[in-house]
Design a binder for this molecule. Sequence first.
Ligand code: UDP
Ligand code: MG
Length: 313
Amino acid sequence: MNQQNQPELSIVVPFYNEQEMLPLFLQRTDPVLAKMAVAYEYVFVDDGSTDASAAWLKEQAIHRPEIKLISLSRNFGKEAALTAGLAHARAQAIVCIDADLQDPPELIIAFYQKFKEGYENIYGQRTDRGTDAWLKRVTAQGFYKIYNLFASPKMPYNVGDFRLLSRRAAEAVLQLPERERFMKGLFAWVGFKSIAVPYRREKRTAGKTKWNYWKLWNFALNGITASTTLPLKLCTYFGMFVSMASFIFALWTAYKKIVFGNPVSGYTSIMVAILFFSGVQLITLGVIGEYLSRIFMEVKHRPTYLNKEKINL
Ligand code: UDP
Ligand code: MG
C-alpha cells in the first residue's frame, strides 16, 4: 500500500485539547482503515491545543508518514480547523470526523461504499439523540426547524460535520470565500449527489465537550445569519404591519375625539404603546446589528486560520 504518495482516502480530524482521546481514536480507527485496504492519510488539525495532544501526535507521525498534522497558531474554532483540514487533504474521498469517537469510525466503510456508488456528499445522520441531555435535544430540534424555515437549501435534520465528501465537493466548499464558516450549512449548500447514512451517536469516552449553551446560541445565530436574510425581511414586514395597525388606531382615536370629545385619559395605552414600539425598534436594530457586525467581519478579509507548523506535509 502506497500511503506516502497519492492516498485514496483522507481522514480529516480537527481537535482541540484531546490528549485522552487521540490514542483511543487511532486505536479504533486504524483497524477500520486497515480493513478497507485503501491508501489513506490522516489530516489532523491541531486547533491551538494547550495540552499534550499535539506533542503525542508528532511522536506518532515520526514513524507513520500517513499521519499529517497541521497546527494552527491558536484556537480558531472547529469550523476553521475543519476548513484547514479540507484544504490540506489530498485524496479523492475526504472524511470529516471528530476526534472524540462520537462519530463511529466504522461508518467510514459505509461512507466509502456509497462514494464508490457515485455519491459525493455522504453524511452521517443521527437516528436518535438519546445520548444528549433533553435541553440540548429540544434546542437542537428548534434550531433545525427555524433554520429550515428561513434558509435555503434546507439542512437535513440531525446531521453534523461527520461525512465523506468527494474531492469536487470539498473543493467547492473551500471555494466559498466567507470567513464566518458554518460548515454544516456550506456542506448542504454545495449540493452534489447526497445521501444520509444513519448511525447512533455515542457518548464521549473521555475529555469533555468544548460547547456550552452560550456558544451553541451564537453558533446557531451565525448559522442562520450566514445562510439567510429572511430575519431582515421579517423586520420590514413586521414594521409595515405595525404601521398599518397604528394608522387604523389613529383614525379610530381621531373619530372618538370628534364624536365623543375625549377628556385626558389613556395613560396606560400610551405607556404600552411607547414600551411596545421601543421594544420592537430595539429588536429590529439588533437584527440589523447582527448582520452589520458580520459584514464588518467579512470585509476585513482576514484569513480563516493561520498555520503554525506542518508535519509530514
Ligand atoms: N474542536 C476543535 N476546535 C474547537 C472545539 C472543538 O477542533 O475549538 C474539535 C474537538 O476536539 C472534536 C470536535 O471538534 O474533535 C467536536 O468537538 P466537541 O466534541 O467539543 O463537540 P460536540 O461533539 O460536543 O458537538
Ligand atoms: Mg463531541
